[in-house]
Ligand binder design. Structure first.
Ligand SMILES: *Cc1c(COP(=O)(O)O)cnc(C)c1O
Length: 388
């Protein structure tokens, strides 16, 4: 065996051994006391992670299940919602809204750029009927971070509910739900949480909760009022994903032991490391300014496509990265995931694999000390204040 496989995709992400072992335990019954004890422990740590005193509900679904639960549980057909569309996942909000019979008003954002709170304010002023604002905190298709704290301050002034897709953001960047005034925050298991895919988490503010109770069961499977009722008993409405929850309990313990602030600091430093490395290699960052902390996307020069580069990086160096997701840029974007159980050494392997594969394919990247530059940026960022 020449090298290890390193999974540097923006989901799924690698799993710590203790999480894998926790998931290998035998079944416990989801309506009995041992399960309730596990749910109590999970609930306390999830509240800290989401920054909320509200319950955080687990759902058996990929992240999109929680997005669907939010749209069906908080809005009724015919209502207008404002969708921030800055990439593939922004468009998913539109698709889910349309499928539910909502009337989405689309705020298109240039790919690679963040929306501004001013743009959201303008859209809300212009149309007083908007019942909800749907946004990503981290638009994983482009590697952009949208300013959710600023957006929340604007949306709070209106009657609209702010619904935040925090998949690839929760446990990667601070997103304090109550302090910022987010009405619905949701995430999925396979990004920053160091778990396999298949578990989604969702929390509602008091006003969103009232709205959800008014609407009642918006969907037979994703039934938020029923989930709240079960959650109060330490259960889930249907049979629980017991093994994933056992893994979640362990991953939350790991996050807690490390300290959430230290995790955010590490994530930010990894983003700075990736950006310094990419720049030193003479490549272009796809998100030049407002960047997410869990992945870095690169715009490849004309003539170099992502697919052969990814294949070479995997085959020759054992590093698995991802391509683009959006139409015109699909083959021109390469995304390095660095969230969850990924550290500076994994990312160094990723940058090395990127540079070497590029040369294996006959491209030229001139940089003798780009790994050093990347690691310097990492160390420096660990000592600096994190951006707001
Ligand atoms: C990964 C991701 C999703 C999709 O999640 P699934 O688990 O594939 O349903 C949605 N939004 C964002 C921002 C993501 O990163």
């Amino acid at each position: 065996m020449l090298h290890k496989q390193r999974l540097l995709t923006p989901g799924p992400t690698p799993l710590p051994e203790s999480v894998r072992l926790a998931m290998a335990a035998d079944m416990i019954h989801h309506r009995k006391a041992a399960f309730r004890d596990m749910m109590d422990a999970i609930g306390r740590d999830l509240g800290a992670l989401f920054g909320t005193s509200a319950p955080v509900l687990p759902l058996s679904a990929s992240g999109t299940g929680a997005m669907t639960a939010a749209v069906h549980g908080l809005f009724t057909p015919g209502e207008k919602v404002l969708v921030v569309e800055g990439g593939y996942f922004g468009r998913r909000w539109t698709e889910i809204s349309l499928a539910h019979g909502l009337n989405p008003v689309i705020l298109t954002v240039e790919l690679g750029r963040a929306v501004t709170a001013g743009q959201v304010a303008e859209a809300l002023d212009w149309d007083g009927e908007i019942a909800g604002v749907l946004v990503q905190h981290s638009e994983t298709s482009t590697g952009v971070r949208h300013p959710v704290g600023d957006i929340a301050a604007v949306v709070r002034e209106s009657r609209a509910l702010l619904v935040v897709d925090g998949i690839s953001a929760v446990s990667v960047m601070p997103c304090p739900m109550d302090a910022w005034g987010i009405d619905c925050l949701l995430t999925g298991s396979q990004k920053g949480l160091m778990l396999p895919p298949g578990l989604a988490l969702i929390a509602l503010s008091p006003r969103a909760r009232r709205r959800s109770e008014e609407i009642g069961s918006g969907d037979a499977y994703f039934d938020l009022p029923a989930e709240f009722a079960s959650n109060a008993k330490g259960q889930t409405h249907f049979t629980s994903p017991v093994s994933l929850l056992a893994g979640l309990r362990e991953s939350l313990r790991l996050l807690h032991v490390a300290g959430l602030d230290n995790i955010y600091r590490k994530q930010h430093a990894l983003a700075r490391m990736a950006r310094a490395g990419v720049k030193a290699l003479g490549l272009t960052l796809f998100a030049p300014e407002d960047y997410a902390w869990g992945l870095t996307s690169i715009l490849l020069p004309p003539g170099m496509e992502s697919a052969p580069l990814l294949a070479a990086a995997e085959k020759n160096y054992g590093v698995v990265m991802a391509g683009g997701q959006d139409g015109e840029f699909k083959d021109r974007i390469l995304r390095i995931g660095h969230m969850g159980y990924v550290d500076y050494a994994d990312l160094a392997a990723g940058l090395y694999a990127l540079a070497r594969s590029y040369q294996d394919l006959g491209g030229y990247l001139g940089c003798r000390d780009c790994l050093e530059q990347a690691l310097d940026a990492y160390r420096k960022a660990l000592d600096e204040d994190m951006p707001e």
